[in-house]
Design a protein. Structure first.
Length: 322
């Protein structure tokens, strides 16, 4: 069995001395909020996101141990029933599932390398933001030390943690995700991207890029409409409905991209070159910054110059690939 498939130790067999004998922990448990049969979870890192993760586990009734370099950040969680660990070693020893959410991957390694022996046989759930390469390297490190590993990406801001409408992307051992799916689902809807530990970070980067592109297009369009007195609220109500149609285009274009064929049977690039001119003219007349749509026009013209004016807009992916 590979290290990434090592199951979490039975919570009932975990060393709970740190929770039960240290005087500073006395009275911190809330019996009404903590369920004796819920698996124990440790959260390392209590920034805004880490605190939200710990809060969601507490709300779901999990025995939750927390650690942060600045101990005071745990105060509100401890008041709700969390156990404050005095050290990373104590935090790791407390639970079979160890969730880490800190500044970056070097910080993860710096905290966990000294306690690698204690992590053996446990499951490390890494929700720290980083690159696909860093995630894969961390998975390799975990495997070398007999630690189960899941890498994740939080597709929401801290206030959205705990809402099943929001996605948590997971990559790494599918067996581990299946074993801990119910526990991790209290954070948000778990989306399994498969065994490549780098995919959660890869999707995260791509989806954030998509978000910023959508924001940019929406803000440009809202500025355009607003120049004629249209309230942003009114324009956005129509824009969000339009995005549903745009998502249909994307689904259709995805099939073309995977096949490497771009039939222009809906709207050719030639037609869209002409159409974007209306946007540019309207925006220029209203003093709106046109750099974003001008970039789109540049990409379209490059495709036309390469002889692909009769293809669909999906063909422009080849410009990005170059």
């Amino acid at each position: 069995m590979s290290a990434q498939n090592v199951p979490a130790p039975d919570p009932g067999t975990q060393n709970t001395d740190a929770q039960n004998t240290d005087p500073q922990h006395a009275g911190t448990q809330n019996p009404d909020a903590q369920h004796a049969d819920a698996p124990g979870i440790t959260v390392i890192g209590l920034g805004q996101m880490g605190s939200a993760l710990a809060d969601a586990f507490l709300t779901a009734g999990h025995r939750t141990t927390v650690w942060n370099r600045t101990p005071g950040k745990a105060d509100s969680l401890v008041a709700r029933g969390a156990v404050r660990a005095a050290s990373v070693a104590e935090a790791v020893a407390a639970s079979g599932l160890v969730v880490v959410c800190v500044l970056d991957y070097p910080a993860v390694r710096g905290l966990l390398a000294p306690v690698a022996g204690s992590l053996r046989g446990r499951v490390l759930v890494n929700l720290t933001s980083g690159s696909p390469e860093q995630a894969r390297a961390e998975a390799e490190w975990a495997a070398e030390h007999g630690v189960g590993y899941l890498d994740g990406a939080v597709m929401t801001t801290p206030p959205g943690v705990g809402d099943s409408a929001n996605m948590f992307l997971w990559s790494g051992s599918p067996e581990l995700l299946a074993a801990h799916r119910a526990t991790l689902a209290v954070l948000g809807d778990p989306v399994d991207l498969g065994p490549d530990a780098g995919l959660a970070s890869l999707y995260d980067a791509g989806l954030l890029g998509l978000m910023w592109s959508v924001f940019g297009g929406w803000l440009h369009a809202t500025a355009l409409a607003g120049a004629d007195g249209v309230p942003a609220r009114d324009f956005t109500a129509v824009a969000t409905r339009w995005l549903k149609t745009v998502s249909w285009f994307m689904t259709t274009y995805a099939e073309q991209i995977d096949e490497g064929k771009y039939p222009g049977d809906d709207a050719t690039i030639d037609v869209q070159v002409a159409t974007i001119g209306h946007l540019l003219h309207a925006a220029e007349a209203r003093g709106i910054d046109n750099r974003l749509p001008e970039l789109h026009l540049e990409l379209m013209r490059a495709a036309v110059a390469a002889g692909h004016g009769g293809d669909s807009y999906a063909r422009i992916i080849e410009n990005f690939r170059k």
